[in-house]
Structures are given as structure tokens and as C-alpha cells.
Design a protein around this ligand. Structure first.
Ligand SMILES: [Zn+2]
Length: 118
């Protein structure tokens, strides 16, 4: 067997490639890369949601890399998925730091002013 029919568009797909060249459908009966199935271990949606709640500009950057990671994971590109997953988590942490810095300034700056004018 050298070619199969794509269930999405009906085009012929060589058995050696994992995605349909006509429509991009992932051929589920390809077992060459088992890790392309299941959950992406390099990505964490929890971090992205936390980041968006805390400081949305950095949260959106985190979400962007999260989507890129998921997309590459679905295509079986594990190394690229890992890279974008790390970026996603990094920007989520920046969001946490941004809120901590803002809180620190908000708490200590009034005392600084009181100290100056007292
Ligand atoms: Zn197709």
C-alpha cells in the first residue's frame, strides 16, 4: 500500500507522510510518530489563563506561543512544540512578575511619598 484516501478531501496521500498535502488533515493511521498523538506535555493552558487574568498584554503573548506550540504538536513537530511551550510559560511568568512589581510599587510608593513630605 503506497497511498491512502484522505477522509477530509478525498485526495490521495502517500503512506509515508503524516498530513494530507491537499487540506492538511492529519492521517490518523500513520504510526511513525506516536508522540504526535495525545496531550502536549510542553504546554500548560493553566499558565496562560493565569497570565491573562494577571496582566493581559503578556497573557496574550503567552497565549500566542501556546497556540503555536499546540499547532506544532498536532503536526508532530515535537521539538518546535517544546520551544514554543517554553516561550508560553516564560511570558506567563513575566505576567506574574509584572503584577508582583506593580503591587510592590503600589504598596511602597505611598510610604516613600509620606516619608518625603512628613
Ligand atoms: Zn485532504
Amino acid at each position: 500500500m503506497t497511498a491512502r484516501q484522505c477522509p477530509e478531501c478525498g485526495g490521495l496521500v502517500a503512506s509515508t507522510i503524516e498530513a494530507c498535502p491537499h487540506c492538511g488533515h492529519i492521517m490518523s493511521n500513520v504510526t511513525s510518530d506516536a508522540s504526535s498523538h495525545g496531550e502536549n506535555p510542553y504546554n500548560s493552558l493553566g499558565w496562560v489563563i493565569l497570565a491573562i487574568f494577571l496582566f493581559w498584554p503578556l497573557g496574550l503573548v503567552s497565549l500566542y506561543y501556546h497556540i503555536k506550540s499546540e499547532d506544532n504538536w498536532d503536526r508532530g513537530k515535537v521539538a518546535i512544540a517544546e520551544m514554543y511551550g517554553k516561550y508560553s510559560r516564560r511570558f506567563a511568568k513575566y505576567s506574574v512578575y509584572a503584577v508582583l512589581v506593580a503591587l510592590a510599587i503600589g504598596i511602597f510608593l505611598p510610604f516613600l511619598f509620606l516619608g518625603m513630605f512628613a
